[in-house]
Ligand binder design. Structure first.
Ligand SMILES: Nc1ncnc2c1ncn2[C@@H]1O[C@H](COP(=O)(O)OP(=O)(O)OP(=O)(O)O)[C@@H](O)[C@H]1O
Length: 359
């Protein structure tokens, strides 16, 4: 059985670049206030790729904007490099930002776009030229320095935005859904690119996304938010196999929730629910449940099979009811009505403490 007590990784290092200390942001007036972010305490470790992951409206962007200084917390403190920056305006925080919309200056060449923040900091001409060259080189666009944004693809424009953000050598790089305007293939390519740039520069990075694959691939520190609150954090390899609640489990793609005799409420992923027909042996040690096939969806190399397991679920009144499980099955031999058994290996059952408490 997987251990639900995920390691208490608070992200606290000796020297975080960003520290949020009991930060809240409310909107509205008097009795009608609404908390976009509630009592959020979080450390962003130096040199880390930290990701804020959660569904739309959970407060990710508000958190990022508070770190950048565009939104002022209504409570709590923000520390940058150990100093209280809660009231520091954005231009006085040494922060690089990349937005979903690229936000490049359309009338300027790439060279001038990247040089903008360096000139604003009044760096000597030679240093500006050198840093612009290095930044464009880093993102593979050195040959296009004289072009304007309209002459580039979306992916190239986002690389320019990235070059502009890292050229100032920020203490933290903030990325607000930077890949969501790109098509699916380019998005995957650009993830690799982002990771390479982050590793090469070592810049502490905070990414906002609602895409769990992106978060798992990129982050070394994952922060999951729900309703303005932090609900779980840690390394992806620690969080993914041990979601602390049903919300986190659902968000990370656990589709099956059931009550197993001797285990209580558990979650299990479709790829770990094996269907056995006839006398097929279960193999690995686990729970075996009788089930009936309800629906089969053909997916080419496999089928997604929906089965009903009598008594393993609960209805709206908390009484025992059939549980519906989704299972990935390598063959196309099953049809609705077929009697099967479902094998759930002990090591892939994730106990859900919040569900147990709710009973
Ligand atoms: N200026 C504002 N005034 C009122 N409510 C706001 C304001 N900004 C954000 N909110 C609300 O706060 C909540 C959190 O918004 P936020 O943009 O931080 O969420 P998010 O997780 O980034 O969502 P998305 O992925 O959709 O951008 C939402 O319900 C939003 O409507």
């Amino acid at each position: 059985m997987a251990n639900t007590a995920a390691p208490a990784n608070t992200g606290a290092g000796p020297d975080p670049v960003v520290r949020l200390d009991g930060v809240s942001r409310e909107y509205g007036k008097a009795a009608d206030t609404f908390a976009a972010v509630s009592d959020l305490s979080l450390d962003v470790p130096r040199g880390s790729f930290t990701t804020l992951l959660g569904p739309s409206g959970c407060g990710k962007t508000t958190t990022l904007r508070m770190i950048a200084g565009f939104v002022r917390p209504t409570r709590g403190r923000i520390l940058l490099e150990g100093a209280d920056a809660t009231a520091t305006p954005p231009e006085k925080r040494n922060i690089g930002m990349v937005f979903q919309s690229y936000a490049l200056f359309p009338h300027m060449t790439l060279r001038d776009n990247v040089a903008f923040g360096l000139r604003a900091r009044r760096l000597p001409k030679a240093e500006v030229a050198q840093r612009v060259g290095e930044a464009l080189e880093l993102v593979g666009l050195a040959g296009l320095a004289a072009r304007r944004p309209a002459e580039l693809s979306g992916g190239q424009q986002q690389r320019v935005a990235l070059a502009r953000a890292v050229a100032i050598r920020p203490s933290v790089l903030l990325l607000d859904e930077p890949l969501s305007n790109l098509d699916a293939r380019l998005r995957v390519q650009m993830r690799r690119e982002l990771l390479r740039v982050q590793r090469e520069t070592g810049v502490t990075t905070v990414l906002v996304t609602h895409d769990q694959d992106e978060a798992l691939e990129l982050s070394d520190h994952l922060v999951i938010m729900d309703g303005g609150r932090l609900v779980q954090q840690g390394a992806p390899r620690a969080v993914f196999p041990a979601p602390a609640s049903r919300f986190v489990a659902e968000f990370l793609g656990y589709q099956n929730f059931l009550t197993v005799p001797g285990h209580g409420p558990v979650a299990v992923r479709p790829e770990h629910a094996r269907l056995l027909t006839d006398g097929e042996p279960a193999g690995e040690d686990g729970v075996l449940l009788d089930a009936e096939v309800r629906a089969v969806t053909y997916q080419g190399s496999r089928c997604l099979v929906e089965v009903a397991v009598a008594g393993a679920g609960t209805d709206a009144n908390g009484a025992a009811a059939p549980a519906t499980l989704h299972c990935l099955h390598p063959g196309d031999d099953l049809r609705p009505g077929t009697r099967v058994r479902v094998a759930l290996p002990h090591r892939h059952l994730v106990a859900l403490a919040d569900e147990a408490e709710a009973r």
